[in-house]
Ligand binder design. Structure first.
Ligand code: SF4
Ligand code: SF4
Length: 485
């Protein structure tokens, strides 16, 4: 039996109805149109005017695109709701099993002293009984994480410097091995890699840890930002990286960079440094306003516009490197492209709605207190306990997960219902960050449309959409590849 498809013209009808969408200005000539389920298109102001006035769309290619993206519908079409509901559910799949990322702050002691330390670290000679997690807190925290509904969990150990408490890391792994029956567990260790012995490296490799470290750029920049003994943090870090390479485990290591004022003129040097060490990607991160970074902002900070200009220079340089045959990615852009071109959620908690804080992440502090994110415990270290959810040893589950902190996050962390965000076409690719907004503006609702979270994200999303839609074909191809990886 042969199946015949209707001819494409059969789908064209001058009369149509609108399905829900939002539109926002993209540049002087174009508007960005998006739907809740993540479809999007760019239109000129004339095309947008035709659309919103439901006039006849004579450009048939555009008509078919709008129909296929469920921005318009004609009277004879099948009920689109089941399909759209399924697409929406796929986009929000990260909510299905509650928090998957569980962070354990094993200590706030550290052997580095970084100018922007957001963890308000204490010296490594400080009293470990005051600043390290006790075994009782660790055991209860691991048990709490394992009791979560998700079948896959990421358990991330950090500090301070996590490797100062390797016996606790080993104990945690042992407890997981004893108690976990069915969950898929990924271990992550955040470490400056300045002073890790061979035994500990072997342990991490043996237990398939992902190792997350920090590399701010070339030697002089890294050492200016991050101090470690007389030799310098760069020398110690790169020696450990060489050691891990000798063990053929470099694929387990990823690095984050933090942008300080000194980084702004060094985009090529920073990226070249990553490539020289063999990394395949970089995450260009701005300075976040917590801990020492906030205290010394006058010395090391910069306006958001300066960060955006730096970010674009980095992106253009990386794209050019790819064109010249050097595969390399920028991670933040890759996440946004993935959101734009695939139906999937990214799992990246900083760009989620409902917000990653609490719904995607639970943090167990060394003192047993529980917070919805790393940033909220950083605030607690500087005296603001606004997001303290309770304590792992003394609070009930209802107090922790249905208490006032989670209630507030549920109200302030959904961009679909925030003023301004709810009308913003970039909302499906953006997120909500009540913790940062509270820190910067004094309210978890922030000032969408005006605050720095909005300004930075909206401009980066626009930058990427412009490169995806107006860049040359090689640029578009490279960005698409990043999003599909
Ligand atoms: S940023 Fe990390 S490595 Fe640097 S001082 Fe703070 S805790 Fe230590
Ligand atoms: S924060 Fe700004 S860019 Fe993001 S959804 Fe809200 S209004 Fe849009």
């Amino acid at each position: 039996m042969s199946i015949k498809f209707a001819c494409i013209e059969d789908f064209y009808q001058p009369h149509y109805r609108l399905l829900p969408f939002r539109f926002s200005k993209l540049d002087a000539k174009r508007y960005f149109i998006s739907t809740d389920y993540g479809e999007w298109v760019c239109l000129t102001s004339e095309q947008l005017s035709v659309l919103v006035n439901k006039k006849e769309i004579t450009d048939k290619k555009l008509y078919y695109e709008l129909r296929s993206k469920h921005i318009i519908i004609n009277d004879e079409a099948l009920d689109p709701i089941p399909l759209l509901a399924s697409k929406y559910k796929t986009k929000k799949a990260f909510l299905e099993n509650f928090a998957q990322l569980h962070i354990f702050v094993l200590t706030v002691r550290c052997n580095n002293s970084c100018i922007y330390c957001q963890a308000s670290r204490k010296s490594c000679q400080s009293d470990s009984s005051c600043f390290d997690m006790s075994e009782a807190v660790l055991d209860s925290s691991i048990d709490m994480a394992l009791s979560m509904p998700s079948s896959t969990l990421t358990l991330e150990f950090q500090g301070g410097e996590s490797t100062l408490t390797m016996p606790l890391v080993r104990r945690a792994v042992e407890r997981v091995q004893q108690k976990n029956t069915a969950k898929e567990i990924q271990f992550v260790l955040c470490t400056n890699l300045c002073d890790v012995n061979d035994d500990d490296i072997n342990f991490l490799i043996e237990h398939n840890f992902s190792i997350s470290t920090s590399l701010d750029g070339p030697q002089s920049l890294h050492n200016a930002n991050r101090k470690f003994s007389k030799a310098g943090a760069w020398e110690a870090l790169t020696a450990t990286l060489r050691h891990i390479k000798q063990k053929n485990a470099f694929d387990k290591v990823s690095a984050l960079m933090t942008t300080t004022r000194e980084s702004l003129g060094l985009h090529e040097e920073i990226i070249d440094e990553y490539i020289r060490h063999g990394f395949s990607s970089i995450f260009i991160r701005e300075l976040n306003p917590y801990g020492f970074a906030q205290k010394y902002f006058n010395k090391i900070g910069y306006p958001t516009d300066a960060f955006l200009a730096f970010y674009e220079k980095c992106l253009d340089y990386i794209i050019q490197l790819n064109k010249d045959g050097q595969p390399f990615r920028e991670s933040y852009a890759s996440l946004i492209v993935k959101k734009l071109v695939t139906p999937w959620a990214t799992g990246f908690v900083d760009l989620q709605s409902p917000c990653g804080a609490g719904f995607g992440v639970i943090l167990y502090n060394y003192d047993g207190n529980i917070y919805p994110s790393d940033e909220s415990r950083m605030m607690a270290e500087t005296g603001d306990q606004h997001f303290n959810m309770g304590n792992v040893l003394t609070s009930t589950r209802a107090e922790l997960f249905l208490g006032p902190v989670m209630q507030e996050l549920a109200l302030a962390g959904v961009n679909e219902s925030l003023p301004v965000c709810s009308d913003c076409a970039y909302a499906p690719y953006c997120g909500a960050d009540p913790v940062r907004r509270y820190q910067v503006t004094g309210t978890p609702y922030g000032r969408p449309g005006k605050d720095d979270f909005c300004y930075k994200n909206q401009n980066i999303i626009k930058m990427i959409i412009k490169k995806l839609t107006s860049g040359d074909s090689q640029t578009r191809h490279i960005l698409l590849q990043w999003g599909l990886q």
